[in-house]
Design a protein around this ligand. Sequence first.
Ligand code: HEC
Ligand code: HEC
Ligand code: HEC
Ligand code: HEC
Length: 376
Amino acid sequence: MSRNNTLIALGMTAALVLLAGCEKPRPITVQRGFRGTGMELLYNKPRLDALYEQNQLPEVQSPASPDGPRAGEVYQNVQVLKDLSAGEFARVMLAITQWVAPADQSCNYCHQGEMSSDTLYTKVVARRMLQMTRDINTNWKAHVGATGVTCYTCHHGQQVPAQAWFIDPGPPPVKGFVADRGGKNIPAAIVGSSSLPWDPLTPFLLEANDIREQGTVPLAGSNRHSIKQTEWTYGLMMYMSNSLGVNCTYCHNTRAFGDWNSSPPTRVTAWYGIRMSRALNNTYMLPLTATFPADQRGPTGDVGKVGCGTCHRGVYKPLFGHSMLPDYPELAGPRAAPAVETPAVPTGMPAADAPASGMTPTSDPAASPAMAGKPL
Ligand code: HEC
Ligand code: HEC
Ligand code: HEC
Ligand code: HEC
């Protein structure tokens, strides 16, 4: 072996040793489609074990009799749960106390004085949350299936869900060389600490901008389908992957990201998840902005919002797919919220450019008020 070859061989061995040390223990590899690297998913056992620990279920209240007069008749100011028996109603109150209220506050977290009074903002928000939960479980089965959600899915015993999100105005402007476009040179946690835009959620989970990468016309400019705009799409994709604890191959054949025909069915579920998150934020969260006290709002004064991570919390299915609805059918329906039309899947599933019904891709992120003044 010549000296050069020996050096190359040594170098390659060193590289292999270094690479092998990147992740310990070795990740578990799951092949999810055609062979090759395009459809492989990697799991890290200690990380999965930790997530499993974090996703234990709360204790279930003992069942209540569905008989007797309705809560709407018994109580003075029951607007949503009026269809329940008084026993079922009391049981739901106990459950939401356990799921949402701080331990030292119990019922007082939402009630002050008369039980029927709406003085505390937490009660007003909780009523809307009851409607939102029923709406998700009735109108968004295309995403949540029969598994559905309860308050616990997002709140996990905390007042504020750990993964609610706020509009991120980004770091203060930096002068000089690193001056920057939409956070491109400043790693943000929400995009997996990559150098992608620091707020990829506002344009897509609040506004209905197009989530595309491939150019359809030659020049960038204000064209949504340009390499420049790709960064926003990738930012969202990094967020979605982290929220579910998966890599891109969970929803894509990485041979052709855009091609629906070679994507696994999970991508279709995710497509609905994007529309659902957007609808929940616009129907429920935004209108509650003024209800929240200023110190509960984000840096730009906005309300906490729902994203993939709010429910999923790092897991491919919230609570590893366990449904709490058989224990809490009170929250599965009947519907009290105004009907929200689940967007029909455009033909050819889903036709790449067809927007969900009633949701037209509007502006370029650059043109949106929330993005005002932010360089893209
Ligand atoms: C997270 C907030 C929250 C907590 C905690 C909570 N409640 Fe409620 N409570 C509500 C909401 C919201 C309503 C109204 C429901 C509706 O409009 O359908 C309500 C209504 C009531 C009513 C009906 C009052 C009337 O006359 O209109 C009673 C009784 C009640 N709660 C008891 C309790 C008890 C007892 C606890 C503690 C075990 C409790 N609540 C904890 C949010 C809460
Ligand atoms: C949980 C499922 C999911 C994961 C994980 C995911 N994607 Fe996506 N991806 C989607 C969906 C759904 C769309 C289409 C969005 C739409 O049209 O509203 C999409 C669209 C895209 C597009 C645009 C394709 C086009 O038509 O121009 C690209 C590129 C892309 N994803 C790349 C990635 C990359 C890179 C990763 C990993 C970092 C990733 N995705 C992870 C679901 C996912
Ligand atoms: C899809 C996720 C989700 C579900 C399900 C959900 N919430 Fe929330 N909840 C949120 C988000 C997001 C916020 C806003 C957090 C913030 O900024 O304070 C919130 C805020 C609240 C607050 C105000 C917290 C505070 O102190 O500011 C209450 C009370 C509340 N939720 C009660 C409930 C109840 C009761 C249920 C079940 C009937 C429920 N939530 C179901 C996501 C959810
Ligand atoms: C309101 C809570 C909630 C939100 C928000 C949410 N999901 Fe989900 N998601 C669920 C539930 C519940 C399931 C399990 C459905 C089932 O068991 O069939 C699920 C299932 C999925 C699956 C299918 C997983 C599998 O292995 O079959 C994907 C993919 C997914 N979600 C992606 C997303 C993405 C991407 C977002 C954000 C754009 C999102 N979800 C937002 C509750 C939510």
